[in-house]
Design a protein around this ligand. Structure first.
Ligand SMILES: [Zn+2]
Length: 372
């Protein structure tokens, strides 16, 4: 009964946020609060451009963890933007882009579309037709191809996080480089987005669509959550050397406020637990190996059971971290040490006020635990 009520309240809240102008008000208020607290130019990561011959990709930090992306052909002067969650950092410093491509309707990915169209009234904004992305001008379907000079994108319909979520595949052959995937809230570094608008099985099917692409495909996610996700991946599988090595690297990157993208699909398959639900070592780590082998788990349910176990592990990790923090605090109080409040709090540390629907699965699990 309690669960059903909780689920009903969540669905109402989610619908109000995702599908009505109330969501825009919350998003705008969130941006105001963010800027008031951290300053107008606060960013969670340093600007780091990536060049692949004539192709330039610039992850632009937005809000507490989002990335918008600038994708440019520096030779032919074509460029597009992906997922403009907030236009304030972008609209005053750019010429008119060829287009904006949006991965999904959530405000932290689409909230800047309106301001961009106010600045550039003829701007074309593409998004999944089933998502009805705010202020979009063109709805796209699976397999639709968009071409801007040498920049060629294919829309991959990846339902689960939202009904109309699109992963944008940039074809790299014209630039002599690998393809790129702009994955929004579908696939993250070592994680994935929550299944808000579809069953987990559908989300898993959508993730499987990406697994068949070449291993050198570059993954550009919609959020900077690689460190948190890798901590969970290594917590689940401490023997997974790929997860541990990537975690050490990501820790160094984040200490310098550098972004952790891109990764490759080949890497993700080695440490991302949400892509490894067919892997025996993950089954062992999650304690379901025997059930799978004895076939007490239906083949069709293995993926979703893995997801449930991963989320349970995320809550275990959060609980453990909380206990360690409490122990450290009481130890410091006991020795009379003064804990000074940090005066230079940067945006990276504030993830507690971000709307839930823009967060990855693991992070939401930690939030629920905090609220308990
Ligand atoms: Zn989202």
């Amino acid at each position: 009964m309690g669960n059903r009520l909780g689920s009903c309240v969540f669905k109402c809240g989610y619908t109000l946020y995702a599908d009505t102008c109330i969501g825009r008000c919350i998003h705008d208020k969130y941006i105001d609060a963010f800027q008031k607290e951290f300053g107008e130019n606060a960013v969670h990561s340093q600007l780091t451009p990536f060049a692949f011959n004539d192709l330039l990709i610039l992850p632009i930090p937005v809000l507490t963890s989002n990335y918008a992306y600038l994708v440019a052909d520096v030779c032919d002067n074509n460029f597009v933007l992906i997922d403009v969650g907030d236009a304030s950092l972008i609209k005053n410093v750019l010429f008119e882009p060829d287009a904006i491509l949006t991965t999904h309707k959530h405000w932290d990915h689409s909230g800047g579309n309106k301001a961009m169209r106010a600045t550039f009234p003829k701007l074309k904004i593409y998004g999944g037709a089933l998502d009805r992305v705010p202020d979009s001008t063109h709805g796209v379907y699976d397999g639709d191809v968009l071409i801007f000079g040498r920049l060629k994108f294919t829309a991959m319909w990846t339902p689960g996080h939202t009904k109309g979520h699109i992963v944008w595949r940039l074809h790299g052959d014209k630039f002599g480089t690998s393809d790129c995937l702009f994955t929004g809230d579908h696939l993250m570094l070592a994680g994935c987005g929550a299944a808000f608008e579809g069953p987990v099985k559908q989300l898993i099917r959508s993730l499987n669509l990406l697994k068949v692409l070449p291993n050198d495909t570059l993954v550009w996610p919609g959020h900077e959550v690689g460190l948190e996700n890798l901590q969970l991946a290594a917590f689940i599988e401490p023997e997974n050397a790929c997860a541990v090595v990537k975690l050490v690297w990501a820790t160094t990157q984040r200490e310098a406020m550098l972004c952790t993208c891109p990764s490759t699909l080949g890497e993700e398959k080695k440490y991302n637990p949400f892509l490894r639900t067919n892997d025996e070592s993950l089954w062992k780590a999650l304690g379901i190996y025997d059930n799978v082998k004895k076939k007490t788990l239906k083949q069709d349910d293995i993926g979703s059971v893995c997801f449930e176990c991963i989320i349970a592990k995320a809550m275990d990790m959060r609980r453990l971290r909380h206990t360690i923090e409490k122990t450290n605090e009481s130890g410091e109080e006991g020795t009379g040490q003064q804990v000074e409040a940090e005066s230079n709090v940067d945006a990276r540390k504030d993830t507690t006020t971000a709307p839930d629907c823009c967060r990855p699965i693991a992070d939401q699990a930690t939030t629920k635990e905090t609220a308990r």
